[in-house]
Design a protein around this ligand. Structure first.
Ligand code: ATP
Ligand code: MG
Length: 709
C-alpha cells in the first residue's frame, strides 16, 4: 500500500511518519537521544491540525516551561496561527488548571495557595514541634525536616495516603535501610501535614498531580468535562513520569485512549523524585493495543559522540538494549581535559578559565553564536567559578535555574503577604508576616492565639479578628493584631475593586501591578528591608528585587492580555489576576521549572545549566565540567544501596551522564580537576569512573599543571 504522505511530514523518516500519522489509539515512541522524538511530536500535532482536528482538542504535556514554549514555536512555524489553540503545558500547570476549574468538588477553595519548598519545610517543622512534639537536634538526622519532607513527597508521588504510608512503615517495606524511628516519624508527620495543608486552603507541588487524580477518580462530571475538552493527548519525556503522572495521563486519555507518549528509558533521571521507569517499559500493558514505534537513527550528534554515549550506557544492567546509528560524520574526538592545580591557584579556576577561553576561540573560528555553547554541571553550586570566568572574559551567559525566587527572603515575604490577601486561611504565610515588619505582636502572643484557634476549631485568621475575646493577650498586643487585620482587610477591599473595575473595563492598563505597588508601600516593606540590612549595598539589591518583582506583575498582565486565546466556551482563567500571577511564580520558581522565560529568546548567550535541566535540549558545543568522583557520580549515589536494580543510584548517575553527552551536536568537551580547594586547602580528587567507560580511541586527553601539557 502506498500511503500519501503530506508534504509537511516529508522531513521525517518512515518510522517517524508512522508515529505522526497514527493519531487514533495509544502510541509509544521509544527511542534513544536525538532520534527526533520531540520533532515527531511537533509534526504529529501539525498533522492533527491539518487533518481538521480543532486545535482546542489537542493537549501536549512536557516537563519544563521552556520545553512547552519551544514546542509551541515549532508547531507555529509549521501550521501558523492555528497553533494558538493547542494546549502546551507542564504536568504541574495542567494540574493547577484542573484544580482551579473543579477543585471545589474535593473541597479546595478557588484561590488555594501553592506552597514552595520553603513553605513546605516551614509546615513540616511546625507539625514536628507543635503536634508530634519532636524537635531536631544537631547530629540527630532522624529529625531532619528535609528528609521527612522527601519521604512524604515520595509517598505522594506514588499516590499513597497517610494511612497507606503508615502500613508501609509498619510492614518495614521502606526502600532504603533507614532507621524505623525515622520512617515512623515521617508517616506521623505526613498525616498532620496533610490536615494542615487542607485547613490552610493550600496545596504543595506534589498535590498539583495528586489532587487532580483524586478529583478525576471521584467525579465523573469533571472527567467528562476534560474528555470533551481534549481528544488527543501527547506526553514528551515519558520516562520521567511518576505514579501520579501515569494515572493523570490515563484519566485524561479516558475511553478514547488517544494517548501518544515518547521517551527514552536511558534518559530517566528523576527516580529520586519518584519517577518510575516501569511506566514506559510497561506502556503496552497499561494501554493494551498500543502501537510501538522504535527509532534508531540519531540526527543530532556526530558519530564519535554517539559511540561514546552508546559505550557508556551499555554499562547499565536494567535496560532495553538499543543501539543508535547516525548518518552524521565522524566528527572530532571527545576532549577530556584534566587540570592539575600545582600552582598557586585552585584547579577549578583553571578549568573555568579554560572553558571560557575555548568558548571565545571556537565561536570566532567556527563563526558561531554564543547560543551554540552550553556548559553543563551536576549541581547548581558548580556554576560560580564558571560565571566568574565568563564575566572576566566578557562573554554573555545565562544561568538556567540557580537561585529560586523564593530563596530571596524579601520576595518570600512579599509573596506571603499577597497570599494572605487572597487566602487568609494560609497559616504558614500568615505566621510569617504577622510581625514582619515588626508591629508588636510577640512570639508568645502568637503562640497563644494559635493555641486558641486550635481549641476553638477555627482558623488562626479568625482568631486574629476576634483577638479581643482571647484571654491572656494584653491590650497593646491585641491592638497590634487588629492593626494587622485591618491592613489585610483594606488590601482585600482594594484588590476586589481592581477586579470589579476590570469587569467593567477589561484590558486597560496594569491595575494589578499598581495595586501591588501601593500595597508594598502600605505594608512598609521597603522600610523594613532598609532598617534590617547593615550594608547599604545589600539593602539596595533587596529593594531592587522587590521592584523587579512588582514590575514583573505588569509583565504578566501585559502578556496575559496578549495571549488571549480564541473564543472558547471552556477556557476560563484568561483575564490576569493576582492568583494567576502567583501561580506563575510558583510554577516557574520550582526546581527545573526555573528557566528565565521572561528573557528574549533571541538573546545571544552561552547557557549554563545542570544536567537535569539540559534534558531535551541540544547545543553545537557542550562542555561538561567536574568529571570527578563524588560530583558525577554524585557522592550520595556512591554510598546508597538499594535492592531494586531500577532504583540503583549509580545507574541513574550514568543515565545523567548519557543525557549530558547526547546534548552535544558537534563537539563534546569533558573536564575535571586533580585538586579542588575546600576551605582554602587543596583537596585531591579522583577522576570520574565514567571516564573509563568511554573507549580510549574516541578520546583526546589533555592535562595541565603537571608538566605534561
Ligand atoms: P532527546 O531524547 O534528547 O529529547 P529527541 O529524540 O527528542 O531527543 P529531537 O530533539 O526531536 O530528538 O531531534 C534531535 C535533532 O535531530 C533535532 O535537531 C531535529 O531537528 C533533528 N531531526 C530529527 N528528526 C530528523 C529527520 N528525520 N531529519 C532531519 N533532522 C531530524
Ligand atoms: Mg526530546
Amino acid at each position: 500500500m502506498v500511503l500519501h504522505i503530506p508534504h509537511y511530514l516529508r522531513d521525517l523518516n518512515p518510522r517517524q511518519q508512522e508515529a505522526a500519522l497514527a493519531i487514533e489509539g495509544p502510541v509509544l515512541v521509544l527511542a534513544g537521544a536525538g532520534s527526533g522524538k520531540t520533532r515527531t511530536l511537533v509534526l504529529r500535532i501539525a498533522h492533527l491540525l491539518r487533518s481538521g482536528v480543532d486545535a482546542q482538542r489537542v493537549l501536549a504535556v512536557t516537563f519544563t516551561n521552556r520545553a512547552a514554549g519551544e514546542m509551541r514555536e515549532r508547531v507555529a512555524t509549521v501550521v501558523g496561527r492555528d497553533a494558538k489553540g493547542v494546549t502546551l503545558s507542564t504536568f504541574h500547570s495542567l494540574g493547577v488548571r484542573i484544580l482551579r476549574d473543579s477543585g471545589e468538588l474535593i473541597g479546595l477553595p478557588k484561590d488555594f495557595s501553592i506552597y514552595a519548598t520553603a513553605d513546605q519545610l516551614a509546615l513540616v517543622r511546625r507539625v514536628m514541634t507543635e503536634e508530634v512534639h519532636v524537635t531536631a537536634t544537631a547530629g540527630d538526622d532522624r529529625y531532619d525536616a528535609k528528609r521527612v519532607l522527601h519521604e512524604i513527597s515520595r509517598w505522594k508521588n506514588q499516590l499513597m495516603s497517610p494511612a497507606e504510608a503508615n502500613t508501609e512503615v509498619a510492614e518495614g517495606r521502606m526502600r532504603h535501610n533507614r532507621s524505623d524511628d525515622y520512617a515512623v516519624l515521617a508517616a506521623a508527620v505526613y498525616e498532620r501535614y496533610e490536615e494542615s495543608l487542607r485547613a490552610a486552603g493550600a496545596c504543595d507541588f506534589d498535590d498539583l498531580l495528586l489532587l487532580p487524580v483524586s478529583l478525576l477518580r471521584q467525579h465523573a462530571e469533571a472527567r467528562e468535562r476534560l474528555w470533551r475538552r481534549w481528544h488527543y493527548i501527547m506526553v514528551d519525556e515519558y520516562q520521567d513520569t511518576n505514579g501520579a503522572q501515569l494515572e493523570l495521563a490515563r484519566l485524561l486519555a479516558g475511553p478514547r485512549q488517544n494517548l501518544c507518549v515518547v521517551g527514552d528509558d536511558d534518559q530517566s533521571i528523576y527516580a529520586w523524585r519518584g519517577a518510575d521507569l516501569r511506566n514506559i517499559l510497561d506502556f503496552e500493558r497499561h494501554f493494551p493495543g498500543a502501537r510501538v514505534v522504535i527509532l534508531e537513527e540519531n540526527y543530532r550528534s556526530t558519530q564519535r559522540i554517539l559511540d561514546a554515549a552508546n559505550a557508556v550506557i551499555a554499562n547499565n544492567a536494567a535496560r532495553k538494549a538499543k543501539r543508535m546509528h547516525t548518518g552524521n560524520g565522524l566528527g572530532p574526538k571527545v576532549d577530556y581535559w584534566e587540570f592539575g592545580g600545582n600552582g598557586p591557584r585552585s584547579s577549578e579556576e583553571e578549568e573555568a578559565e579554560m572553558v571560557a577561553r575555548e568558548t571565545g576561540v571556537r565561536r570566532f573560528h567556527e563563526k558561531l553564536a554564543w547560543n551554540d555553547f552550553a556548559i553543563l554541571y551536576r549541581t547548581n553550586l558548580q556554576s560560580r567559578p564558571l560565571e566568574e570566568a565568563l564575566r572576566a572574559a566578557n562573554i554573555p551567559y545565562r544561568v538556567v535555574g540557580g537561585t529560586s525566587y523564593f530563596d530571596r527572603k524579601e520576595i518570600a515575604d512579599l509573596v506571603a503577604y499577597l497570599r494572605v490577601v487572597i487566602n487568609a486561611r494560609d497559616e504558614v504565610s500568615l505566621r510569617r508576616i504577622v510581625n514582619y515588619p515588626t508591629r508588636g505582636v510577640g512570639r508568645t502572643t502568637l503562640l497563644r492565639l494559635v493555641e486558641a484557634a486550635r481549641a476553638r476549631g477555627e482558623t488562626v485568621w479568625e482568631t486574629f479578628r476576634g483577638v479581643d475575646a482571647i484571654e491572656g493577650v494584653t491590650g497593646p498586643q491585641a491592638a497590634a493584631v487588629l492593626r494587622f487585620v485591618n491592613l489585610i482587610e483594606q488590601a482585600k477591599k482594594g484588590l476586589a475593586q481592581v477586579d470589579a473595575a476590570r469587569e467593567e473595563q477589561p484590558n486597560t492598563g496594569w491595575p494589578i501591578e499598581a495595586w501591588v505597588r501601593g500595597f508594598v508601600a502600605d505594608v512598609k516593606l521597603e522600610d523594613a528591608v532598609r532598617s534590617e540590612n547593615a550594608s547599604e549595598r545589600v539593602a539596595q539589591i533587596r529593594l531592587e528585587n522587590i521592584r523587579d518583582f512588582v514590575a514583573s506583575v505588569g509583565t504578566y498582565e501585559g502578556r496575559t492580555w496578549s495571549e488571549q486565546p480564541l473564543p472558547d466556551e471552556e477556557t476560563e482563567w484568561t483575564a490576569p489576576t493576582l492568583t494567576g500571577f502567583l501561580e506563575r511564580v510558583s510554577l516557574i520558581g520550582e526546581p527545573e521549572e526555573r528557566s528565565r522565560n521572561e528573557e528574549d529568546p533571541e538573546d545571544d548567550r552561552v547557557t549554563l545549566l545542570t544536567l537535569h535541566s539540559a534534558k531535551g535540549l541540544e547545543f553545537t558545543h557542550v562542555f561538561l565540567v567536574g568529571m570527578e568522583e563524588e560530583i558525577l557520580p554524585h557522592a550520595r549515589s556512591i554510598t546508597e544501596v538499594t535492592e531494586r536494580p531500577e532504583l540503583d543510584p549509580l545507574a541513574e548517575e550514568r543515565r545523567l551522564f548519557y543525557v549530558g553527552i547526547t546534548r552535544a551536536r558537534h563537539r563534546l568537551t569533558l573536564s575535571g580537576c586533580r585538586t579542588r580547594k575546600r576551605g582554602g586547602e587543596p583537596v585531591p580528587r579522583q577522576p570520574s569512573r565514567f571516564l573509563k567507560e568511554i573507549p580510549p580511541e574516541l578520546m583526546e586527553i589533555r592535562s595541565s599543571g603537571t608538566g605534561s601539557s
